[in-house]
Design a protein around this ligand. Structure first.
Ligand SMILES: [Zn+2]
Length: 269
């Protein structure tokens, strides 16, 4: 599943081909995604793109008359291709640019979304989202205050979009390992110092991942569009039974809120 660093990598990859360029029209081969592709997107004609932004895991294309909101779902990806490139079976949406490029959306499982909205503040998908993890609003004081009344384990709590956006399963597991905090600790048992370290770690882990995703940008025009996070060395995620790189203890896994958590029982307390 694309996580925040991959979405940010996609944003950086498509921005030069979209911002300041004009969408001639959209080609929607299959509108049946998680929700139907908005009519306004199917009807687009000659619309300049003002900016390409991101909120949580949503990509936001700012046009003069409104916003295209794109979510990659479980298996979606975006590529910029020459318009003559033939579309494949899972290529559901194209934005055809005046420049001769197309922004092509591929999604085998079709859990993604292409929505239109005139006013971002009124968008139901963006309402109630917590702060961006890389913003100043996501601070030790903020997270400490939010944690005081929460007895639930810290790992699923961190993955709640109302607390902070974009900390998915991989990055929650990895950040708790780096911060040395057990995923099973009740959120309100963490000290201010532990929360401060966790906030710093989440920012560092996400930033490093975005930077590594950035190294795949030169492949962006190629047809495989590989996600950045597979390239990086993960400490605990997906490593159950393998040895902790720090202490040599076997990495354990457990289920929390229907998601698999990976951790080192020695390094994380
Ligand atoms: Zn360890």
């Amino acid at each position: 599943m694309p996580e925040l660093p991959e979405v940010e990598t996609s944003r950086r990859g498509i921005e030069p081909y979209l911002a300041g360029h004009t969408i001639v029209h959209a080609i929607v081969r299959n509108p049946r995604l998680r929700w139907p592709v908005s009519q306004e997107i199917m009807a687009l004609s000659d619309q300049p793109v003002i900016s390409v932004q991101r909120r949580a895991k949503y990509l936001l294309l700012e046009l003069a008359t409104g916003w295209i909101i794109i979510h990659l779902g479980m298996s979606g990806s975006l590529r910029v291709l020459r318009e003559e490139t033939e579309a494949g079976k899972h290529d559901h949406v194209d934005l055809v640019m005046e420049s001769g490029y197309v922004l092509r959306y591929t999604d085998p499982r079709r859990f993604g979304a292409w929505l239109w909205c005139e006013d971002l503040d009124a968008s139901s998908v963006l309402a109630h989202l917590g702060p961006e993890p890389l913003s100043k609003d996501f601070s030790a004081d903020y997270l400490f205050e939010r944690s005081r009344s929460k007895k639930m384990p810290v790992k699923p709590w961190l993955m709640d979009n109302k607390i902070v956006v974009g900390v998915g399963n991989i990055y929650a597991s990895e950040s708790l390992f780096v911060a040395g905090i057990s995923p099973e600790r009740p959120a309100n048992s963490l000290t201010h110092d532990e929360i401060a370290l966790l906030v710093e770690t989440i920012k560092a882990v996400l930033l490093r991942s975005i930077e590594q995703g950035g190294t795949t940008l030169r492949d962006f025009l190629q047809s495989d569009g590989k996600p950045g996070y597979f390239a990086q060395e993960l400490q605990v995620y997906g490593r159950a039974g393998e040895l902790c790189r720090a202490c040599g203890t076997p990495i354990l896994n457990l289920k929390q809120a229907q998601r698999t958590t990976f951790f080192c029982p020695q390094c994380q307390r």
